[in-house]
Every structure is written in C-alpha cells, then in structure tokens.
Design a protein around this ligand. Structure first.
Ligand code: FES
Ligand SMILES: [Fe+2]
Length: 469
C-alpha cells in the first residue's frame, strides 16, 4: 500500500489520485485528453518556462516514504502522523500546481485553435462571393472532360469536297485543335493544330506539296506529324501528334480515341435515287448531345418551326416514334418521316413530301418525292458542336445546277436551326446550373432516350452497348 492511500484513509483527506506522472494528465471519457503535451509543442514549453518558478516543484511522492506502518489495529505516533500530514499537504500543493499548469496549457491550445478562425471571420458579402464561386465550380463540374470511351469511334469531321490538295480544314474535336490536309499521296491526314516550335496555329500557314507549313518560322510537317523542314537551323527529330484519318462516302473521318481504330465505318450515303444538293458546315454554340436530342425529336416541330418547314402544321393528338425494341431507327407516326441515330453522333432522316407544308397522313413510302438529310454533330468542345449537314433529293435534279441554290439551302437550314438554337441554348444554360434536361420523358421522346441510354453505356465503358444489334 503506498503512502497516499495510507494517509487518505488514516487522516480522511479527500485524496484519491491516480498514477499520474508530470508528463501525463488523464481525463474522463469525452473530456479534453492531454497526453505528453509538455515538450511536444515548442509554444507550450515556452509557456511553461515563463511560469517555471511556479511549477518547478518536486513531486513529493519521490521523497522518502513515511516509516512503514505494520499490522492491523496499530496506530502512528504523533511524529509519524505529522510527517504524513506534511507530505500530504506537499502533495496537494504540487497537485494544484500541476492542475493549474494543465489548465493554462489547455487554454493556450484553445487560443491556438480559435485564433485562425477569428482571423478568417468572413463578412456576409465575402460568403456570398464564395458561394457564387462555388456555383461556378458546379457549372464547371458539368463541363467535365468527355469520357475517353466516347472518343473510340470514327467521327466524320469534314466533307471531302472542302479539302482540296492545297487547302486545310481546322477542327476542334473533344476540346483539342486539329488540322486536316492532304499529303503528297492525296490522302488526308490529321495533325495537332499547334506548331512544335512555339505553338503557333498551323492552319494560319499553308499547305505545299503535301506538307503543312507554320507561318511563324516555316517549319513543315507531313500528315503523320513529322517535322520535315526547319529553315535556318539544323533539322531536329520532332513530331506533333497525329490521329488516324481516312476518307469514305464523301467525308473525312478521324479516330480521336486511344484504342486501335475499328476497321469498319458506318455508311452515310443517301439511298439510291437521291442526289446530293447541299453540304453545309456550321459551328454551333451548344453541346453536341443537346443538339442530337433536338434532332432526334420531331414532336417539337409544330411548336418550334412555325416560321419554316412546320408552318401551318396542326398539332396531332398523339405523336409516336415506332421502332423495334432493340433499334435506333424507326418512323414518326403520323408524319411521313423515317429517322435513324447512327452512333456516335449521326442522324439520318428521310422525309416524304406529298404537298408542300402537308406532311401528315401518309407513310414515307406512300409519298412520291423525298428529302434525305444527314446531320453529323461532332463534339468540338463542351459547349460547341461542328455540324455537318448534307441534304439530298430524289426529285428535281436540275436544282443542283442552279448556281444560287447552295446559298438558298444554307439560308433555309440556318433559319430552321435558329428556331431550335434559341431553345437549346436556354436548355444548356439551365443544364449548366444543375437542371436535368431529361426530367420527364414521354412517349415521343423514345429515340432521344435511347440515344441517352446508349451514350450513358459508352460513358461508363460498358462492353456491350445497348441497341447495337
Ligand atoms: S512557331 Fe512554328 S515555326 Fe516557329
Ligand atoms: Fe427542330
């Protein structure tokens, strides 16, 4: 039995101390716990040093214990009792100092924690500004880079007719600038539109003998991205990035993904009997998925296109897109319009024309004349689409030879697109602020929803894609 227990029982002093060392103070569960604080933190040690004379008191328990008390029923003499009482008083004094030191150290800890908080006190205005910043971050979160899986497809990026032997076509594709030009063999190539020397855009230069020349210091590159000429200095081994590029069905295609390119490309030729009358390219300020949603929807026509092709249309009591359960193609009831979504970003449609302005009531086959449309929505960036539009007719081939027709078709196409764009831009703004643009799909949204199911599966990197046959 140690001395303290002895005295507390003998003198009835209210002492019940635990095994406490000068470097350790314990507390009940839930309270501050301070272990080995002395010396852990230089600030705390300094604090102790300032008041050192108060706390530099020796632990009385280290002193010689009182003479042993032996046997039950025996009593201490007066001197023994006084000695024990003196040691107890010394212990209480030492203990009180230690408690005070602990309190001071805890106080310092609290001040240390609270001071930075106090310094960072923010006004309501500052908090509001920060919230606005967070809102911006939220908007940016909606502009996350595209899923890399979406890049592993062939994308049409230009019409063949727009790529002459000495011209080039700059494009943005998945947020990256590229430039397409023809090599010495006449085949198209696609290289990064940024000079390896000092990042000048190459499309500001020229194409000569199958090589693109930077307008700044004249470095030249072949279609595989290799630098073949560096005027006025020694030629270094330099290459800019190039991606697979080929030509099919009157279009130039690129493969922007990391996986090996697929050996097959979808066919985009108009059906037999059709003649191409217009090929237009437009850069639009909307995300390509939103534009596809719009193109895959016909139910909006009598409400949106009231100044153009749907002028005077009545609103049907029911609009449906009829399609096999596994398909991305079908026809619009009650309109004589067939439509197909071709992955990754293409819409084909054939419109039966019986009389101008009267589309209802007949299937596509029952109509004598037709208009065929190809829409390619290339993802340029999160808020930009490069739209390639090709229009073919199975009647009036003579129109193709009229010199002003290309301008007229462009005018019509732009008018129709503008009717859509103001709505889609509004959707985009809300989407960027967190709105769900597919909040409540109904029956006529079938094809758009299927596109989104397909796109979600691609974004996730699913091995088997829906509606892929
Ligand atoms: S920046 Fe292109 S050659 Fe210098
Ligand atoms: Fe539209």
């Amino acid at each position: 039995m140690n001395a303290a227990v002895f005295t507390s029982s003998a003198l009835s002093l209210p002492i019940s101390f635990c095994k406490t060392r000068s470097s350790q103070v314990t507390r009940k569960k839930g309270e501050f716990r301070v272990f080995a604080v002395f010396g852990e933190d230089s600030g705390l040690v300094e604090k102790k040093n300032q008041w050192g004379h108060l706390f530099d008191v020796e632990d009385p328990r280290s002193k010689t214990p009182p003479p042993p008390y032996k046997g039950k029923g025996k009593f201490m003499d007066v001197n023994q009792a006084l000695e024990v009482a003196r040691l107890d008083i010394q212990y209480l004094d030492w203990r009180a100092r230690q408690d005070l030191l602990t309190i001071m150290l805890l106080h310092d800890k609290v001040v240390d924690v609270l001071n930075p908080l106090a310094r960072e006190y923010k006004s309501i205005g500052t908090v509001k500004k920060e919230l606005a910043g967070l809102q911006e971050e939220l908007a940016k979160a909606h502009q996350q880079p595209y899923s890399p899986h979406l890049k592993n497809f062939w994308y049409p990026v230009a019409f063949t007719a727009d790529l002459k032997h000495d011209t080039m076509v700059p494009i943005d594709c998945f947020e990256q600038p590229w430039v397409i030009f023809r090599g010495e063999d006449g085949k198209p190539g696609c290289v990064r539109n940024t000079c390896a020397h000092r990042a000048c855009p190459l499309d500001l230069g020229s194409v000569n003998n199958g090589r693109i020349q930077c307008p700044y210091h004249g470095w030249e590159y072949s279609t595989d991205g290799k630098c073949t000429k560096m005027p006025s200095t020694k030629l270094l081994n330099v290459k800019i990035k190039s991606i697979p590029c080929l030509e099919q069905d009157g279009m130039v295609w690129v493969w922007p993904g990391d996986e090996p390119p697929s050996p097959t490309l979808p066919s985009l030729q108009p059906p037999s009997g059709f003649v191409i009358h217009a090929e237009l390219v437009m850069d639009l300020p909307v995300e390509h998925g939103l534009l596809l949603d719009n193109l895959l929807d016909l139910a909006h026509a009598p409400f949106t296109h009231t100044s153009t092709f749907a002028k005077g249309w009545s609103v049907p009591s029911l609009v449906k897109f009829l399609t096999p359960s596994s398909g991305l193609q079908g026809y619009w009831d009650p309109y004589p319009i067939d439509m197909e979504f071709k992955p990754p970003c293409i819409v084909l449609s054939t419109i039966g024309i019986s009389k101008p302005g009267k589309l209802e009531g007949k299937s596509t086959e029952q109509c004598a004349t037709h208009l065929h449309q190809l829409h390619v929505c290339l993802p340029s960036s999160r808020n930009k689409t490069r739209l390639l539009y090709r229009m073919s007719l199975d009647f009036a081939p003579i129109l193709k030879n009229l010199p002003f027709m290309e301008h007229l078709w462009r005018h019509f196409a732009e008018q129709v697109l503008n009717e859509d764009l103001r709505l889609v831009l509004g959707q985009q703004e809300r989407m960027l602020n967190g709105a769900n643009i597919w909040n409540l799909p109904v029956a006529y949204d079938k094809l758009g929803v299927r596109y989104r199911l397909w796109r979600n599966a691609v974004d996730r990197g699913d091995d088997k894609l829906p509606f892929s046959g």
